[in-house]
Ligand binder design. Structure first.
Ligand code: PMP
Length: 416
């Protein structure tokens, strides 16, 4: 009986989020969005500033992107009804693979139905039991799931701590078997950038391959929006890069890019690529149209506006006394702002109450509660868009200012 199995899962802390509208009106999940995502959007019947969407460049709904999707819809229909290997490859799929490889300056690229699938499919194909994967503790869930599926040992190190990374890397090497290092370019919860120059140096010294997840960084950082590795000038030293079209590129689908032999291997070995239906052509066409914009001068301007908006909001929050996490500053003095601003709170209940207060003031942010983050490390998470106007940002700052009065002392100490 399904109830017997469910009973075993009854202790899951996630269950309280399953029916938010019935259970607790304060809960920040499964809110009903009634139109496309931002910079302001109707949510649960009222207009709110959208500070919880990865539509970073505001390309969702851009007429050029919509038109490309509509044309593909008319030509190929709504679905491919099969996997890429069988009946699921169109000229659009091949063109997007070629464009991505060219954009990222790599020999080849492989598309997956989602960014999640790209990580799971790549990592689980490359590694086996007996191997080890060294990951930052802030790495995305799809990376952890890829490691789990591979059967390799999972060796996490404390977020962005290079001393801990070095120790874990040496432990992995001593363990024998293959070793892979996987980090996020921009961390989705912390909103900071990986210490890539140091990671690359250690990986190169020890001849260990590095995979960087650029999901939040493509379209946002680096020349032509090619991501955090390119922004730091180490893209030529990274073995594989993963990206997604579901954020700045306003579509759906993920990719892995790298040398031809690695991509050829994944094309025939990666189960998350082989045994699932191909990405819908309308989404592939939307990604192609977005990519053209991202690579143009206009894309660079949008990315610049995005980071300028994020800087404005971050400074405003700091002035109000919120401990908005600072961007990564390298020893060279180089600072790497991102569109994600993490505001640590600590307690889950308090974070949910603060979330609701902002929501009632017309501002939607993400609430990251346990188990999405470790117990006691709950946070409000803001994702800025290039299309936010000063009015949107000032509205949000005004709401945060009132929140400061309602909840005077909320910042959590930085934990280990
Ligand atoms: N990697 C990171 C760092 C992410 O934040 C996400 C999505 N939140 C993914 C991978 C998965 O991408 P997608 O949503 O396109 O499946």
């Amino acid at each position: 009986m399904i109830q017997d199995i469910l009973q075993r899962a009854a202790a899951s802390p996630r269950l309280r989020y399953a029916r938010p509208h019935d259970a607790d009106e304060r809960l920040p999940y499964f809110r009903i969005q009634e139109e496309r995502g931002g910079p302001a959007v109707r949510l649960d019947g009222a207009e709110r500033v959208m500070l919880g969407s990865s539509n970073y460049l505001g390309l969702n709904g851009d007429p050029r992107v919509t038109q490309a999707a509509e044309e593909a819809l008319r030509t190929y229909g709504t679905a491919m009804n099969g996997s890429r290997v069988m009946n699921g490859t169109t000229p659009l799929h091949l063109r997007l693979e070629e464009e991505v490889a060219d954009w990222m300056g790599e020999a080849a690229a492989l598309l997956y139905p989602s960014g999640y699938d790209a990580n799971v499919g790549c990592i689980s194909a490359l590694l086996s039991p007996g191997d080890a994967v060294v990951c930052d503790a802030g790495d995305h869930a799809s990376i952890l799931d890829g490691v789990r599926l591979s059967g390799a040992r999972f060796l996490p190190f404390q977020h962005n701590r290079m001393d801990r990374f070095r120790a874990m890397l040496d432990r992995a090497i001593a363990h024998g078997g293959g070793v892979l290092v996987v980090v996020d370019g921009i961390y989705s919860m912390e909103g900071d950038v990986a210490r890539l120059p140091e990671l690359v140096q250690l990986c190169t010294e020890r001849r260990v391959p590095l995979l960087v997840d650029e999901a939040h960084a493509v379209g946002v950082l680096g020349p032509q929006g090619t991501g955090s590795c390119a922004a730091l000038g180490i893209d030529g030293d990274v073995d594989l890069r993963m990206g997604t079209f579901s954020k700045a590129l306003a579509a759906c689908g993920g990719f892995i890019t790298g040398p031809t032999d690695a991509i050829d291997f994944l094309r025939v070995q990666s189960r998350a690529f082989l045994f699932t239906a191909a990405t819908a052509p309308a989404s592939v066409a939307a990604a192609l149209a977005s990519l053209e914009i991202v690579r143009s001068q206009e894309g660079a301007q949008r990315a610049q506006q995005l980071l300028s908006n994020a800087g404005y909001l971050r400074r405003g929050l700091a002035e109000l006394g919120f401990e908005a996490r600072e961007p990564l500053r390298l020893d060279s003095g180089q600072e790497l702002p991102t569109p994600i601003i993490a505001v640590p709170v600590g307690d889950d209940e308090l974070t949910a109450t603060m979330w609701r207060s902002l929501y009632d003031k017309g501002v939607y942010v993400n609430a990251a509660l346990h188990p999405a983050v470790p117990q006691g490390r709950a946070q409000l998470r803001l994702a800025v868009m290039a299309t936010h106007t000063r009015d949107h940002l000032d509205h949000a700052l005004d709401a945060f200012g009132k929140l400061r009065v309602e909840f005077p002392a909320t910042a959590a100490p930085e934990g280990e």
